[in-house]
Design a protein around this ligand. Sequence first.
Ligand code: ATP
Ligand code: MG
Length: 439
Amino acid sequence: MKTDKMGEWRRTHYSSDVGPELDGKEVTVFGWVQEIRDLGGIRFLILQDKNGKVQITIHRDKADSKVLKKAESLQRQYSIGIKGVVRKMGKAPGGAEIIPNEMRIFGVAKQPLPLDITGRTRADIDVRLDARVLDLRREENQAIFRVQHAALEAARSFLSKQGFMEVFTPRIIVSATEGGSALFPVAYFKREAFLAQSPQLYKEQLILDFEKVFEIGPFFRAEESHTRRHLSEFISLDIEEAFATAEDVMKVLEELIHNVCKDVTGNCGRELKLLKHKIEVPKTPFKRFTYDEVLEELEEEKIHIPWGEDIPTPAFRLLGKLHPYYYFLTDWPTKAKAFYIKPRDDNPEISEGFDLMWRWVELSSGGTRIHSKDLLVKRLSEQGLSPESFKHHLQAFDYGMPPHAGWGLGLARLVMALTGIRNIRDVVLFPRDRFRLTP
Ligand code: ATP
Ligand code: MG
């Protein structure tokens, strides 16, 4: 089918601008045909653009013959332009419709589409992800990413106001940051390199110069487990701060969550309505539970975890039922935490590491870092890592490394908390897991 050129046509209004107050005014709108309803004498088109939907009404007996002919050839998902006149119409979405004078068809769509773009017939997640750009036509799905955008804006603005500077650290690295497993190797010219699992080592080094840094970017982990909260590529929001302790950066984290929730609630009313989700803006300070308190609580529920072990998923699910809100878990056993987390001075068995939980899902991990080079070397060895392969990182500890602390927050998991969506694959545009590398 021959398509039209855009030529000198430019959009004058988005669907969301078309309301009864424009009655009688000529507008040019662009978008995609979401639905076509034929009532014999009248043909309704629902035109969808990035802001929403607007009804285009074509009266068979009154419409221009060219418009009529084009309207008959339309199919779902065609991209079109309409020049027409707005008419007040109580029954139409937005309280107005457009009566077209001219129509241009810019792009056609192969029929049948692999998905119902209205979302009325729900498809399996793999079918949806295989045709992700079509799946993202659904307003509910777009809403997720608008919430994410608002959350990122809020986070960036909050951290900047707190004096943190945004930085970018390498994604191609030579040694593991979180231990040797779960690394993706890459062929780097004639050497082996890896994709970074986190910005941990670099952000710690950078506090020597900038004191307060943050980074938002993708990191990579070859996660063997196939869960609803792990992907092999995820966006992490990280901070690191000089002359600070775990408690100091926990305060930054809870204030950040509070501000993000507040801003998203304020700016994403339409999106949250589409998602049928209400955000409860959490009050600060968040509750803090120690590892020992949680073990006791689980014991009462007949779940026994030997001291020092990580908390397994079923136990976390139970904790989430007992604590359906944001809370911190503190005082983790040193051996359950990464090598760079500082053991407590009064009891080295216990660390200054913490996790931020939302119900049963871990959103963030952080802590006071070790800033003594000798202790760091000792901890590396204890965890079976070779200090030799960390020599460039260790070098920074010879240059007056101050006490410091920080955390890393998984963006997708935060968006799950903000939207109530349960599968991480739904809140990532093009998710990557063990079984999915396309589209
Ligand atoms: P988990 O125990 O859930 O596997 P982790 O403790 O291994 O997470 P950290 O190294 O603490 O993860 O990373 C900090 C944050 O980054 C996590 O709290 C989480 O929000 C996010 N994150 C880590 N791994 C993944 C992943 N594979 N997919 C999505 N987000 C992740
Ligand atoms: Mg963690």
